[in-house]
Design a protein around this ligand. Structure first.
Ligand code: ATP
Ligand code: MG
Length: 566
């Protein structure tokens, strides 16, 4: 079953809540969601969960629905245009579309400012002259209430004057802030007069130098939601304690067109990776990886370049579902979804990653035959191709064992194996070079064993291996990617100093020159293949050139989730 962006997900607590809202006739039957990334890095696979949820809900509730893409660009110091562009590309790649509903929180700066003046006028916000340290020190603790700021009682007119002068750039950074006046004794720390505006003499990627004060995320987010008429504001669990502030703002600001409701779900955590933009940025900046789109990165651009497909990522998000408890998802589940999808779509090809030469001593010199191979057994329409076979071949080095371990069913001295879709061969001699390394195997083939026929008078060989004709093989670069980290939870393992880079896998990529069937020389950039018996590969969209494809290993063939390994 192919997964499309519009395929509905099974029921979960968010979908149940929305169904209940609709049953009660709330929001006129509309479902309006948003995906609100901060443009301070590239999106990662965790964001894909949120994208599939928010855009998926809009598709499920069409036509009275939509999902906005909103850049939460309230923090001027960290944002870059490059990130904005990459985020749009990634959301589209996943198969989703915001139509004309592209927004920037910075577009609301003027309105958000006016709301702040409104709160000041109502006596619900005040300018605090305390230093950030003083504010922190008087916030209280989980068990003791905070202290009132000496400026809490400032009359609205004075607050308004100071706030306007903050905007005009009269004060230095950190000299004053605007705080909501809520409750310094609240058990919820987020309600203890949270800072809603701060002074920052910073250049903003969209508003330039127009602003000297910037709204805090906790202030801008609910009001942006309300301004856009969002009905369901879905975020990750760490915002649960911010919900009362979200509701306080939506309830206390007058003139909002909408009354959004915030609900939380567990974020995606994956084994063997880190998933915060800050940490991923560190890997990029310090050169641990080749860039945001390095195929080992858990970024959308990284997995895309590695050869993961949008359908596989969507199927994965559907499989993990939504919960209210944080947990750790096994990377193997994601890889399983990738294999499931590529198995249906990837063209098959023969390639040998670690070549070992085989000479068929009884095969006539100079003769070339062409074996007809199926391009994709899952899809007959993809047809067949002819692959040359001749006297000298390459097989995978680990398909031969000079001293076979018990249970090894492939080629061994005196043993017999089937060459896939060709015939059976018997190994008679192991030739070694001066250094004692195996340089070639001398074998004979049995012409009567074609088309799956059993050898006569001998047991049927248990193993089948792939091959390429030495004279016809093309050399191609294959990048064999593996896990980026050596431990399941690099964050947790890092402990005190937090240096997760200690757990980077030194073998996360190995580059080999593979011997491939001739057709692969023409493989176009951005094409998926299954190298039979080896794994799924994707021609690197950046580094492949016409006639010189570079193959990224998307995922090995063996599935830790499937039973009975080959
Ligand atoms: P990071 O910690 O990686 O920087 P973030 O939460 O700061 O992530 P935002 O750009 O603010 O990143 O996130 C945009 C949306 O994606 C938010 O609604 C956020 O809740 C959601 N999101 C971020 N990480 C995950 C995750 N691991 N699983 C599910 N949703 C996520
Ligand atoms: Mg963030």
């Amino acid at each position: 079953m192919s997964d499309t962006p519009a395929a509905p997900a099974s029921q979960d607590f968010i979908r149940e809540m929305i169904a209940a809202d609709l049953a009660q006739g709330r929001n006129d039957g509309w479902v309006i969601t948003r995906f609100p990334p901060e443009p301070n890095g590239y999106l990662h696979i965790g964001h894909a969960k949120s994208i599939c949820l928010n855009f998926g809900l809009a598709l499920e509730h069409a036509p009275k629905s939509r999902c906005h893409l909103r850049f939460d660009d309230t923090n001027p110091t960290k944002e870059e245009v490059e990130y904005v562009d990459s985020i749009m590309e990634d959301v589209r790649w996943l198969g989703f579309d915001w139509g004309r509903h592209l927004y920037y929180a910075s577009d609301y700066f003027e309105k958000l400012y006016a709301f702040a003046e409104q709160l000041i006028g109502k006596g619900l916000a005040y300018v605090d002259d305390q230093t950030p340290e003083q504010i922190r020190a008087t916030r209280g603790t989980l068990t003791s209430p905070g202290e009132h700021s000496p400026f809490r009682g400032r009359p609205p007119a004075e607050n308004l004057d100071l706030f306007r002068r903050m905007r005009a750039g009269e004060f230095k950074e950190g000299e004053r802030v605007l705080r909501a006046k809520i409750d310094m004794a609240s058990p919820n720390m987020n309600l203890r007069d949270p800072v809603i505006y701060r002074i920052l003499h910073a250049h903003h990627h969209r508003t330039g130098d127009a602003w000297r004060i910037y709204p805090m995320y906790d202030y801008a987010h609910p009001l942006s939601d309300a301004l856009e008429g969002i009905t369901h504001s879905l975020c990750t669990l760490e915002f649960e304690h911010h919900r009362p502030l979200y509701e306080w703002l939506v309830n206390n600001v007058d003139g909002l067109p909408g009354a959004p409701c915030q609900r939380e779900f567990a974020r995606l955590n994956l084994t063997f990776t880190v998933m915060s933009k800050r940490k991923l940025l560190r890997l990029v900046k310090e050169g641990f990886v080749g860039g945001w789109d390095d195929p080992r990165m858990p970024t959308i651009s990284g997995i895309r370049r590695r050869g993961y497909t949008p359908a596989a990522v969507r199927a994965f998000c559907k499989t993990i579902g939504l919960t209210k408890y944080n947990s750790l998802t096994d990377l193997q589940l994601l890889e399983h979804c990738v294999r499931e999808d590529l198995n249906k779509t990837a063209r098959r090809a023969y390639a040998v990653l670690r070549p070992l030469k085989v000479v068929l001593t009884n095969y006539p010199e100079g003769r070339v035959e062409h074996v007809e191979l199926v391009n994709n057994p899952e899809n007959e329409a993809e047809g067949k191709r002819l692959v040359p076979l001749s006297r000298e071949l390459y097989i995978e080095a680990d398909d031969f064992m000079e001293e076979p371990v018990p249970g090894f069913h492939r080629l061994k001295p005196g043993g017999e194996v089937r060459l896939k879709f060709a015939f059976c061969i018997i190994c008679h001699e192991v030739v070694k070079d001066a250094a004692g390394q195996i340089s070639e195997l001398r074998c004979t083939y049995d012409d009567t064993t074609r088309h799956g026929a059993k050898p006569e008078g001998r047991p049927k060989p248990k193993g089948t291996i792939h091959w390429v004709s030495a004279a016809h093989a093309v050399d191609v670069e294959a990048r064999l990617y593996d896990k980026l980290f050596t431990v399941e939870q690099p964050d947790g393992a890092a402990g005190e100093d937090g240096d997760f880079t200690r757990f980077l896998n030194p073998h996360s990529v190995e580059i080999v020159t593979a011997k491939a069937e001739p057709s692969l020389a023409q493989a176009r950039a951005g094409t998926h293949f299954q190298f039979e018996r080896v794994g799924y590969f994707f021609t690197d969209p950046k580094d492949s050139t016409p006639g010189r494809p570079v193959f990224n290993r998307t995922v090995a063939l063996k599935d830790g989730f499937a039973k009975g390994k080959a």
